[in-house]
Design a binder for this molecule. Structure first.
Ligand SMILES: [Zn+2]
Ligand SMILES: [Zn+2]
Length: 321
């Protein structure tokens, strides 16, 4: 890693890195392989699928609207119960306490695709095996390989100063346990059987968590590498439709890097953004205010700036890192 200014990062212990290796790097793909093996030749029960889909929806909105747009980028404000609910919903996705998630992500924006970015797919080079290695690094490898993580005191003093967020952080181990026990208990009770408990634990607990992880991490890898660009970001952030579909709008990543505080990421025609739709609904209900909606004139101005600087075509030619 590049030498960053003093105080931006803190050392990660070997024990913590090894726990990241198990929980964040190795276990999710192992679960997915087990899921394919388990599903081979027999259908998955509709109750397990329904519970997994419900948890997936809560998790993705928890990360996209809660952890990301509300708490990391302050795209809108909301009453305390709504803020806490989103922080807990993000916690159920098992991507770490919100203060750590937000600290790493704010550093990502400051250094995006340059030395200092915690998870750029361009970290090892531009072509062939170096890019493949970079994509694996951006997807999950950085959790293990990083010897230092972002200092919360440096990056998220606003969140640390919030007593509600401190309580949500302290409750993270319980939230993580609930992420498995809630669907398992629901499966057991609704089917009134232990078999229902265990299959829901597997499908709506483990498999759902593995899928949510890799869908989310695809924004860091795929949406900084493939896809098209319409705006002049100073990094390689891009738009990838399937990532946007699975992440409820987060895959429209190019505009997000141009205007990180914007509550809407999909600002162009045809770019569906369910997370922005949810924020709009909250606003209408009076549960969100001071929403930072992007102005059309600013979108148009940035798009024409990009066209002027990248006449080569729709993929543009962003500055190499
Ligand atoms: Zn990014
Ligand atoms: Zn962001």
């Amino acid at each position: 890693m590049a030498d960053l200014p003093m105080g931006e990062t803190v050392r990660v212990s070997a024990a913590r890195r090894h726990s990241y290796l198990i929980v964040l790097v190795v276990l999710p793909p192992a679960v997915l392989v087990a899921a394919v093996a388990a599903a081979w030749g027999r259908a998955v029960g509709p109750l397990d699928v329904a519970l997994a889909a419900a948890l997936y929806t809560v998790n993705i909105f928890g990360i996209s609207v809660g952890y990301h747009r509300l708490l990391t980028h302050r795209s809108f404000r909301c009453p305390r119960p709504v803020r806490v609910a989103f922080a807990l919903a993000g916690g159920l996705a098992l991507q770490g306490p919100v203060t750590l998630w937000a600290a790493e992500h704010r550093r990502h924006h400051k250094y995006s695709d340059r030395p200092g970015d915690p998870h750029s797919p361009w970290a090892y080079g531009d072509t062939g095996l170096a890019l493949l290695r970079g994509l694996l690094h951006a997807q999950a490898g950085w959790f293990y390989s990083a010897r230092r993580r972002s200092s919360r005191e440096h990056w998220v003093p606003d969140l640390l100063a919030d007593p509600d967020i401190r309580r949500v952080d302290a409750a993270y181990p319980a939230t993580a346990a609930a992420s498995f026990l809630l669907p398992a208990a629901a499966g057991g009770l609704l089917s009134w059987s232990w078999a229902g408990f265990w299959t829901a634990l597997f499908w709506a607990g483990l498999v759902r968590y593995a899928i949510v992880h890799h869908v989310t991490w695809s924004v860091n890898s795929v949406a900084h590498c493939f896809g098209d660009r319409a705006f002049p970001a100073r990094d390689r952030s891009s738009n990838v439709r399937w990532v946007a579909l699975l992440t409820f709008g987060e895959g429209w990543h190019n505009w997000h890097h141009v205007e990180p505080t914007s509550a809407r990421h999909g600002v162009l025609k045809g770019q569906a953004d369910p997370s922005a739709a949810l924020i709009r609904l909250l606003e209408r209900l009076g549960w969100a205010h001071d929403v930072r909606w992007p102005s059309q004139s600013r979108i148009d101005a940035q798009a024409s700036r990009h066209r002027a600087s990248a006449p080569a075509g729709r993929h543009g030619s962003p500055r190499p890192p």
